[in-house]
Ligand binder design. Structure first.
Ligand code: SF4
Ligand code: SF4
Length: 437
């Protein structure tokens, strides 16, 4: 069967980002396929562990996508200090003429798609564009592991997740898709003090409101941060116009440290601050706002006054979208020659966030955690919700198709991650409880 069909039938979507359906992403002609193995977010470990443990399968997934897209080469981009992964991958790619490693410094946000494309190709993805505009397809390491497994007929029903922060035993675990975050925490020994939670990393992760939320195919990390940690204040301070007016001195440090600005894209958060403070449009051409990736570096690292330019950028971007403004393809200027000097070491960022105590090893346990109940969300990423093909009371086996792609829509198939009985079908999820079938 054609790789695209295998990937589609396996229900693969981008495991490390917004969750774009992979069968659509690989339906193209590309010059280079890049494995994003940089693990953008601090404190997460899962991608480097997968590349070390499953080096052969990750490379096989890459080889298949390179062949399918007609690319000239496949490049695995990962941080040089991932020694185990570098050694394992180096051994596997030996003698493979069109597959190589590209080693990165340990900076944030090395795993940003635009950064990684520039690192590997020297080309800048335009505002409003895609990596394919410069001939590149970028896939996360876990996604390519799933591609290799799809070629063997396997479905995406398991996920590796790093559990970190204030937990008894930080670790990376293999869990059925749909298992609750509450059970994940228990597997890591529970929390050591009252905490709040992040789905993902500290910079771009989402605040988790309900521990009963299930793991999806895009979940890479669950972090527990103590309730009284200053991180929460920094993260959640409400936009305060008077404070911006009084405090923002227009030093432009936020813009100078912005990684997208350094690539030559017109992202200028200091102007956004001035715009919002003065209530007038001083941004001039607003197109660059669309290139803000919400990495948070301007807020968490650059601004010495604790202001939140990234929040302002998101607010302005939202306002533009609401007005129907869409980005136009553009590279504003050439990349900054001082770009190398602007790379922020991950450890320094973690220290600035006050999270150094949690920057610890999280060993991978390659034993599937068991659960009696899963909730398979019908929407786990970009595209339309999947359409249930089972009803309450149906008996399903692990790997059975439970929801299909909506007709003529972008989306992915969903499969049962445990054997059991369907106990609920709602607009948002399918619940399966364990039983003997
Ligand atoms: S937001 Fe902070 S870093 Fe940016 S211009 Fe204002 S004071 Fe400077
Ligand atoms: S969040 Fe800030 S640093 Fe990051 S891309 Fe946007 S403006 Fe630049």
């Amino acid at each position: 069967m054609d790789l695209k069909e295998l990937v589609k039938n396996a229900g693969i979507l981008g495991a490390g980002g917004a969750g774009f359906p992979t069968h659509v992403k690989i339906s193209c002609q590309a010059e280079v396929v890049i494995v994003n193995g940089a693990e953008c977010e601090p404190l997460l470990r899962v991608d480097q562990q997968i590349m070390e443990l499953y080096a052969r399968e990750v490379v096989e997934g890459l080889r298949l996508v390179v062949e399918h897209t007609g690319a000239k080469e496949g490049v695995i981009a990962l941080k040089a200090h991932y020694k185990g992964a570098v050694a394992a991958l180096t051994e596997v790619v030996q003698g493979m003429g069109n597959i190589r490693l590209h080693l990165l410094r340990a900076y944030y946000p090395a795993g940003d798609e635009q950064q990684i494309v520039y690192e590997v190709t020297g080309k800048v993805v335009p505002t409003g564009g895609l990596p394919l505009d410069v001939g590149a397809v970028v896939c996360n390491a876990s996604t390519l592991l799933n591609v290799a497994r799809a070629a063997e007929g396997k479905k995406v029903v398991e996920k590796y997740v790093t559990i970190g922060g204030a937990v008894g035993q930080p670790k990376t675990v293999k869990v059925p898709v749909g298992m609750s975050c509450r059970e994940l925490l228990e597997a890591a020994g529970g929390v050591t003090e009252p905490c709040r939670y992040l789905m993902g990393g500290p910079c771009m992760g989402r605040v988790l409101k309900d521990l009963d939320e299930p793991v999806t195919k895009t979940t890479g990390g669950l972090l527990a941060i103590p309730e009284d940690h200053p991180y929460w204040q920094l993260r959640e301070e409400k936009l305060n116009l008077q404070r911006i007016q009084a405090v923002c001195c227009q030093c432009s440090m936020c813009t100078q440290m912005c990684p997208r600005n350094a690539l030559g894209l017109n992202v200028q958060p200091h102007k956004a601050m001035r715009t919002i403070a003065q209530g007038v449009d001083l941004l001039g051409d607003v197109n660059g706002i669309f290139s803000c990736c919400n990495c948070g570096l301007c807020t968490y690292y650059a601004c010495n006054f604790g202001l939140h330019p990234s929040q302002v950028m998101q607010q302005l971007k939202g306002a533009l979208m609401a007005k129907g403004v869409r980005p136009r393809k553009e590279v504003f200027t050439s990349a900054d020659r001082g770009l190398e000097n602007k790379k922020v070491p991950v450890k320094r960022l973690v220290a600035r966030l006050g999270l150094t105590d949690y920057d610890v090893a999280a060993p991978l346990e390659d034993r599937l955690l068991q659960t009696d109940r899963v909730r398979i969300l019908l929407r786990m990423g970009v595209g339309a919700p999947s359409v249930p093909v089972v009803s309450v009371g149906d008996k399903v086996r692990k790997n059975t198709l439970v929801a299909d792609i909506a007709p003529d829509k972008l989306g992915v198939k969903m499969h049962a991650s445990i054997s059991g009985t369907v106990t609920a079908v709602t607009d948002g999820y399918i619940e399966i409880r364990k039983a003997t079938v």
